[in-house]
Design a protein around this ligand. Structure first.
Ligand code: DQQ
Length: 469
């Protein structure tokens, strides 16, 4: 079936996002090979075009001029029978090798590193005859995994980190060096973790400078959520000064990849995993969606995450704006002018003397289904409560929270609702991301809640969002 037809067929699924990138149908997981080439953004991704489950993984490919509207391109990499990637083309990255687009990726099984070179349009890819370019772990090393190369250029050559772990010790990132992307020399670990703190295997490492620091992002098993390690990069080692979470929620946002665009921005996409059963994914005919593009900066010595401004292009119908209101204790303060499952909401609230306050989204008319996003003043935490988001008992329905010092400052939430996706950008520095699957089609209500006391609504605005296909 043609891609357009595949998309049309699934369009009316109430859980399928309309303004986040996802493939025409079937399975998607990690973002791969992110690169801006001659002005065009290229997004590759882990893809099974045949079935909504992770088998025989290929690299799907899409392009964009503005980071928000995407055009499907042909599959870039598929397993070669009898080759080093015969069981799957797993995660990797893209670089510009002196004008030649080059993909560096994982072949399985066993896990090895392969490369492929592209034509100037990045449409057809030729696998290197000498694959695999890294055929096995360093001699004598008992690894818990060996995959997901991430490559960058320094003055004296190419460097590559590989996600790995040492049995009985913990996850780590292995550092390699090369002059031609074909012959790689193992140097040493770039950075090592302790199993009890950061798991036994680090998937999908990313390593890059941010201001005067360097950041390593990894997705550790069994943690299941990405972490960042921030510090100084000296003599090819990362001396870690801070460990943090990349997103405040632990269940959905995973395996992010970061790239630098033509404006020098570090931009991150992540895979938003499903929180419905494999059977429900199979029945629906699709699984997995990409996060909105996120902008990374350093603020107050921490990794700070915001949404890229390009996303504002997707706003269409603006809704009524509420300004300056006192709101007394209430479980549900409806804003009847605003309803929907594909919205951006911008809200500025201050607590006054309330214990907790925030926004309710996707509420059913009788209130059996609702998702809360708010601030708990006692705990000093911003939270996303999806525990009552659906009456469907087969789902994972998380509660997640992140520490946020507000002092006297107001809470600024940008909430992106896209059917089953909820992405919240808090005070332009942290994110809470999850998936929700309300069972009622009319769970579309939007409102506010205040616990014990009064809160002040400084500003409330919303937009219906345009579909990107
Ligand atoms: N997904 C890929 C692996 C990676 C994992 C396989 C992370 O390369 O370690 O699809 O989600």
């Amino acid at each position: 079936m043609k891609r357009r037809e595949e998309r049309l067929k699934l369009r009316d699924d109430p859980h399928r996002p309309i303004y986040h990138f996802l493939p025409p149908a079937n399975w998607m997981n990690d973002p791969n090979g992110l690169i801006q080439w001659c002005g065009t953004y290229h997004l590759f991704y882990q893809y099974n075009p045949e079935f909504p489950a992770p088998v025989s993984i290929c690299w799907g490919h899409a392009i964009s001029k503005d980071l928000v509207h995407w055009e499907d391109y042909p599959v870039a990499l598929a397993p070669s029978p009898g080759g080093a990637d015969k069981d799957g083309c797993w995660t990797g990255c893209a670089v510009n090798d002196n004008g030649v687009p080059t993909l560096i990726y994982t072949g399985v099984f066993p896990e090895v590193v392969c490369i492929a070179r592209g034509d100037p349009e990045l449409v057809t890819w030729e696998k290197y005859q000498g694959n695999p370019v890294i055929p096995a772990p360093p001699e004598g090393m008992k690894v818990t995994g060996f995959r997901d190369p991430y490559v960058w250029r320094e003055k004296d050559g190419w460097y590559l980190v590989l996600g790995s772990g040492i049995k009985g010790k913990g996850g780590l990132a292995l550092l390699y060096k090369s002059s031609d992307l074909q012959r790689w020399e193992y140097l040493h670990p770039l950075c090592e973790g302790k199993e009890e703190e950061t798991g036994f295997m680090w998937e999908c490492p990313n390593f890059f400078p941010l201001d005067d620091k360097h950041i390593l992002i990894a997705s550790p098993i069994p943690l299941g959520y990405p972490i960042y390690l921030l510090g100084r990069y000296e003599r090819n080692r990362l001396n870690v000064e801070r460990l943090g979470k990349v997103d405040g929620c632990a269940h959905s946002f995973y395996a992010p990849q970061v790239f630098i665009d033509g404006e020098g921005r570090r931009i991150m996409f992540g895979w938003l995993r499903e929180l419905r059963s494999p059977q429900a994914q199979e029945e629906s005919g699709w699984s997995g969606v990409m996060s909105l593009p996120r902008l990374l900066t350093l603020k107050e010595g921490k990794l700070s995450v915001d949404v890229v401004p390009e996303v504002e292009k997707l706003r269409c119908q603006p809704y009524h704006i509420l300004l300056d209101m006192e709101i007394r204790e209430t479980k549900w303060f409806p804003i009847p002018e605003i309803q929907g499952d594909a919205l951006e909401i911008g809200v500025v609230l201050s607590s006054h003397n309330s214990r907790a306050f925030g926004v309710i989204i996707r509420r059913s008319p009788m209130g059996e289904e609702e998702t809360l996003i708010g601030y708990d003043r006692e705990k000093g935490e911003v939270f996303l409560d999806a525990t009552c988001s659906s009456l469907d008992s087969s789902l994972t329905k998380p509660f997640c929270s992140a520490h946020l010092e507000l002092s006297d400052k107001p809470l600024f939430l940008r909430i992106f609702i896209d059917r089953s996706v909820v992405e919240v950008f808090v005070n332009r520095k942290l994110t809470l991301t999850t998936r929700i699957y309300p069972a009622h089609r009319d769970s579309l209500g939007i409102g506010l809640f205040v616990k014990e006391g009064t809160a002040k609504l400084v500003k409330f605005e919303a937009w219906a969002m345009k579909p990107i296909w």
